[in-house]
Design a protein around this ligand. Sequence first.
Ligand code: ADP
Length: 403
Amino acid sequence: MKILVLNSGSSSIKYRLFRVEDWLVLAGGIVGRIGEPQGEFRFNWTDAVGLARTIQADEPIPSHQEGLGRLIYALRAQGLLAEVAEIAAIGHRVVHGGDHFSAPALIDERVIAAIESCVPLAPLHNPGHLAGIAAARAAFPSVPQVAVFDTAFHQTMPPESFRYAIPEWLYTQHAIRRYGFHGTSHQYVARRAAGLLGKPLERCNLITLHLGNGASAAAIRAGRCVDTSMGLTPLEGLVMGTRGGDVDPGVIIHLVRHLGLDIEAIDQLLNRQSGLLGLCGANDMREILERVETGDDRAELALAVTCQRLKKYVGAYLAELGRVDAIVFTGGIGENAARVRACACADLGHLGIVLDGSLNALPSKEERCISAQASPIVVLVIPTDEELEIAQQTWRLVLPHGN
Ligand code: ADP
């Protein structure tokens, strides 16, 4: 059996096809620039003799459904799908499930209506997901479709973590509260961490740090999320590529009142011009680290602000959790930037965090431990795999009884 994972945006569908038996990736790629004069169709797969192959085409793709049609054609042509019935289910990534979903959901009209009701909370994401879901239901009418939400893992947060200290009616009438994102990644690395620690997840207390272009931290007690750094939107918390994370809301009042900025300008400023980019003119951590090596002051400051914020969240979550088994780094920066990991964990020996400098510095793509043997808190690097997590959650939901 196979599971197809779709991550649909307003003009693209990223996909991956897994074989359930061993979770091998049979094919993956993107259908992009949907509805534009020049489309993009990229299809990667491994052929019968084990060679990595790619098809790339740029003819127009008028709709999401047309894009899925191309995908089915390519899967058939390469012998990866003899018939649609081989697909056990399709797992859809959905960014915002509001407080409706704390687990994956089998898609029906009710689930679609709930995803629609969250459009105001994720106007850039949920409409694209809905377009992808509609296209997949039309293209694969007999295949169960499952929605896996970025927000679901964080639904176990208690009110003291998810409520903002603002008037109650904003929560009761407008659902303004903290939701958190990257849940699929936090959940995946938490499960893997439990495996590495050799303990059931239900007995693990963890701090997971997803550091990519977007970045968030999660505090996990007994396997369940109790706090996370992102809020109503993915703007809150850590310093990110182009988002500044925590900022005094008074800054926004000041921008409106004294600089005359309108809401569009503020949106651009906070979502696209802040963070690493705002501090030093580059949003890519690799470039920043290279500039730091040359003694560039602005790059050094960007790195210092990023690491200081990380340390602040680690400290806060240590205090919230009390006992912590492991801290987990993941995402492009968490997995690769030894310098960021070293700065974020520097001088925390008195709190039980001691890195092994040489283990930390060793480049690797594998899951690994980077803390000193005597460190009371284990520090792990675990490459994230959100698509695999979506595929496995989807499979668990549709798994026929008795299997
Ligand atoms: P996204 O959130 O878009 O999925 P990624 O998880 O791929 O992003 O993370 C992208 C970030 O990871 C970029 O800032 C990039 O510079 C950083 N990164 C990737 N590889 C390295 C590396 N070898 N060293 C330092 N930073 C890296």
